[in-house]
Design a protein around this ligand. Structure first.
Ligand code: SF4
Length: 253
């Protein structure tokens, strides 16, 4: 049987060494990821999540990070945005500082216009999402994914999981970093096995008794951050990875 706990502990140890942190400091660094759960949030919180997920989708995080203030100015809350028309879109498209992407901008406005009807039927966006989750089974989560993906604009294959991750559900965003490491570990065999990847991530969380957000964060840091990341896309630092001395990794250089 695959030893998820052993694999993850070896990754944590390797990352801890790369960061030159004690166990206590390492735990503190990721403390906030260990408490995230699906709980009531305001309608505007959900609107902002959908807005930024749309902007971050397919763009470098740095590009969007620099525009966060401006994006918030243009999309302050769902009530304001629900009244937007073509003139507002034209204004944004004419702003040299704004990210000019009609698909994203129109999708966000579409979501804002959708919010009032959901809120009037369910009382809040959160209540609506709760109504789609009668239990925590895989089948329910898969159904939730399909419903939410078709309900809101500008949610795609991966961004729908991104939304589910951000709101605190028991999934991860299967982005290219996680896909790469999971492939190297032989847990998936191709880059479209999003659900299979999520099932493995849930097993890591179960075996280590950690929140899935923490598992997600460790994998992302392990494979993405140039300064101290280990399983990097180019020239992974296998000499710094405890998994290199085991049969768990299919890719050793
Ligand atoms: S490729 Fe190298 S760094 Fe990545 S998991 Fe395998 S041994 Fe570790």
């Amino acid at each position: 049987m695959y030893n998820y706990s052993e694999v993850f502990t070896k990754m944590e140890n390797s990352l801890m060494s790369a960061l030159k942190l004690s166990k206590k400091d390492f735990d503190e660094r990721y403390e906030s990821t260990k408490t995230l759960k699906f709980e009531a949030k305001s309608d505007d919180w959900y609107f902002e999540e959908l807005t930024f997920i749309a902007f971050y989708s397919g763009f470098k995080a740095d590009t969007v990070n620099k525009k966060v203030g401006l994006i918030k100015e243009y999309f302050p809350d769902y009530k304001t945005v629900s009244k937007f028309d073509q003139n507002d879109i034209n204004k944004m498209m004419a702003d040299s500082k704004m990210i000019k992407h009609p698909g994203k901008i129109e999708g966000i406005i579409k979501n804002a216009k959708l919010f009032p009807s959901i809120i009037s039927e369910f009382g809040s966006i959160h209540n609506y999402l709760v109504s789609l989750l009668p239990d925590d089974t895989d089948e329910t989560l898969k159904k939730f994914y399909k419903t939410v993906r078709s309900k809101f604009a500008y949610l795609g294959d991966i961004t729908t999981y991104h939304f589910m991750t951000e709101i605190g559900l028991n999934v991860v965003k299967p982005d290219r970093v996680l896909i790469r490491i999971f492939e190297r570990l032989g847990l998936i065999t191709h880059d479209k096995q999003y659900w299979e990847l999520i099932v493995h991530a849930r097993e890591f969380a179960k075996a280590t008794k950690q929140k899935i957000r923490y598992i997600d964060m460790i994998f992302v840091e392990y494979g993405q951050v140039k300064e101290y990341g280990i399983c990097l896309e180019v020239k992974p630092k296998c000499d710094k990875c405890e998994l290199s001395k085991t049969d768990y990794c299919n890719y050793k250089n």
